[in-house]
Design a protein around this ligand. Structure first.
Ligand code: SF4
Length: 445
């Protein structure tokens, strides 16, 4: 039975030393009860506490780290559906590199993947891992590929090599890099030993739930807990079904053998099928997906999807409420106002920039809500917008007395004029994409 925060607190040292990263033992106990921390984070826990709390405090899905300095953390999820709370650790996207491609082809590819980053609503989106496959006759190709990744990238590495001696050599190149080993055969004691000695995670593969549970039990009882699960499926429908059962077993039944992040290596050639499979696996519930090739268009779609799925639904992405200069505004430049929902801010500021106009963009605090939502919730109304402008003493910084409000919030114009005496309120266009034509038609200065 799950222990309450108070039950857990009674077993902690109660010294409030803060070594666990939170200021008090009570706060740490609450985190343990919510399965957002592990007992091992308290270096002073007694043996009695470890024995009693060990199993009870384990998160239902273990947090697994792959990679050295900029490691990827996956797992530690607590809900089936994002709207129940949030998803915490975004799916890691790995690109497969084949040793048989040769170092001449691999080097520019690795460099290109390493520098490929996309900025969207203020966040930098990129791939997370390389999956290096030994498919060459010569082990030097495999070891060379690993060295190339290591020299040109900080991303973590997943190794796929069926020859244990070569794998051992490869792991020797990745000391302190916390790699993962992909196993596509039945787990043996030597695999566990190899992973343990090299601080590597193991990705276990099985054809049935029973076989998978037997393998995880074997690894767990040998003291290896950094595992990912790869249950083979006959098509995307089966995969979805399997992943749902595995996640549900871990979260709802607390079935420990399935309490690990899920993994998929996708080997589809057709572009559409690849995109469809990767999207479905990313949504439900793979923590790492391996793509067979580097494709910028596919990555952009997956980055966007991942960002949307892994944004906390209770905390929309937001920018700081303040005045943003667009271009090179003077005190006479026009003034636009909008909300601090990131997507709104980036679209509106981008379109003002596209219009070639220099302007002041006043971004008010609506707790990250978009214009219509914030207006409906009473967070984007004339009185509040006027108060914000007065609080930041914006009137003293500009000479213009014209302010453009979003077309969808035309209802606030009278209220705003009333609370902002001396200002002319201009109702702007409804769609941000119409800003360039709007500024040509309306005299704003
Ligand atoms: S490290 Fe342990 S003893 Fe110190 S505050 Fe955290 S829970 Fe309490």
């Amino acid at each position: 039975m799950a222990l309450s925060g108070l039950d857990i607190f009674k077993l902690l040292p109660k010294t409030n030393c803060g070594d666990c990263g939170v200021p008090t033992c009570m706060a740490f106990a609450m985190k343990l009860a919510q399965k957002k921390a592990e007992l091992s984070e308290c270096p002073h826990a007694s043996e009695e506490a470890k024995a009693t709390l060990g199993a009870a405090s384990e998160p239902p899905i273990r947090l697994v780290k792959i990679g050295g300095q900029s490691s990827l953390e996956v797992g530690n999820e607590t809900v089936m559906f994002r709207h129940e709370k949030t998803f915490y650790h975004p799916t890691g996207i790995a690109i497969e590199l084949r040793a048989s491609e040769g170092q001449e082809k691999l080097l520019p590819k690795i460099k290109e993947i390493e520098k490929h980053k996309v900025e969207r609503v203020g966040e930098e989106l990129k791939t997370d891992l390389f999956f290096v496959t030994q498919d060459s006759q010569d082990k030097k190709d495999f070891l060379g590929a690993i060295n190339l990744v290591k020299q040109n990238s900080a991303k973590g590495i997943i190794l796929y090599c069926q020859d244990r001696a070569t794998l051992k050599e490869a792991l020797g190149l990745l000391k302190d890099d916390r790699p993962a080993i992909f196993l596509q055969k039945e787990l043996e004691d030597a695999d566990i030993e190899l992973a343990k000695t090299n601080q590597a995670s193991l990705i276990l593969t099985a054809e049935s739930f029973e076989e998978l549970a037997a393998q995880t039990e074997k690894a767990r009882s040998a003291g290896l807990n950094d595992l990912l699960l790869n249950l083979e499926s006959k098509g995307v429908g089966h995969h979805l079904l399997h992943n749902t059962i595995l996640r549900r077993s871990a979260l709802k039944k607390n079935f420990k053998p399935f309490g690990y992040p899920l993994f998929s290596r996708i080997q589809i050639k057709d572009d559409f099928e690849l995109a469809a499979n990767a999207s479905i696996f990313l949504c439900k519930y793979d923590s790492v997906i391996v793509l067979p090739r580097y494709d910028k268009a596919l990555l952009y779609a997956l980055f966007t999807l991942r960002q949307n799925i892994y944004t906390d639904p209770q905390k929309p992405i937001q920018v700081d409420p303040k005045v943003y200069p667009i271009g090179d505004p003077t005190p006479e430049s026009p003034v636009f106002v909008t909300t601090n929902f990131s997507l709104t801010y980036f679209i509106v500021s981008g379109e003002i920039e596209n219009s070639g106009l220099s302007a002041h963009l006043v971004v008010t605090d609506t707790e990250g809500q978009s214009v219509l939502t914030a207006w409906a919730a009473g967070k984007f109304v004339g009185e509040k917008v006027a108060k914000f402008i007065k609080d930041i003493k914006f009137e003293q910084q500009v000479k213009t007395r014209k302010i453009v409000i979003p077309g969808f919030a035309s209802q606030i114009s009278g209220d705003l004029e009333e609370h902002l005496p001396g200002w002319e309120v201009i109702v702007g266009c409804q769609e941000a994409s119409d800003i360039p034509s709007f500024v040509k038609k309306v005299k704003l200065t």
